[in-house]
Design a protein around this ligand. Structure first.
Ligand code: CO
Length: 142
């Protein structure tokens, strides 16, 4: 074990406890901006859903915008949501009220696929904090 790894092992548990206590003390604490927003966007451009995989908290409204110059759709593989045919600059929105992984595709071009991962807010914030803690330790935070 390197000196650095030992430090990580020794510090991880108490820091995780501190993070959890912080949640208990201040329920309104916000994780890094984008993933905790109540709205999120997917841009359809050049036959690609971007981002192809989007992770959001429960309750988020996702809006797809067709920025391509040909029509596309956004249709859930499991039949959870279904847009009409979207012409250029047209939008479709759906609010995700349950945690889960939602795959979707364009019915006109079935090779166009995407995924929305909907997580419980606490789980998502803990994951973000853990990710940030890890990058701090490794000194690779962006
Ligand atoms: Co398409």
């Amino acid at each position: 074990m390197t000196k650095n790894n030992m430090w990580v092992a020794g510090m991880a548990a108490p820091l995780m406890s501190a993070m959890l206590l912080q949640f208990a003390a201040s329920p309104s604490v916000k994780a890094n901006a984008q993933p905790s927003a109540a709205n999120a966007a997917v841009k359809i451009d050049n036959f690609v859903f971007g981002p192809q995989e989007l992770t959001v908290p429960v309750g988020t409204t996702v809006t797809w915008t067709n920025s391509d110059d040909i029509p596309h759709t956004s249709v859930s593989t499991e039949g959870v949501f279904k847009s009409k045919v979207l012409d250029t600059d047209e939008k479709f929105s759906y609010t995700f009220t349950k945690a889960g992984t939602y795959s979707y595709y364009c019915t006109i071009h079935p090779k166009m696929t995407g995924k929305v991962v909907v997580q419980l807010r606490l789980k998502l914030e803990l994951a973000l904090r853990w990710k940030h803690f890890s990058c701090l330790v490794a000194s690779v935070c962006e």
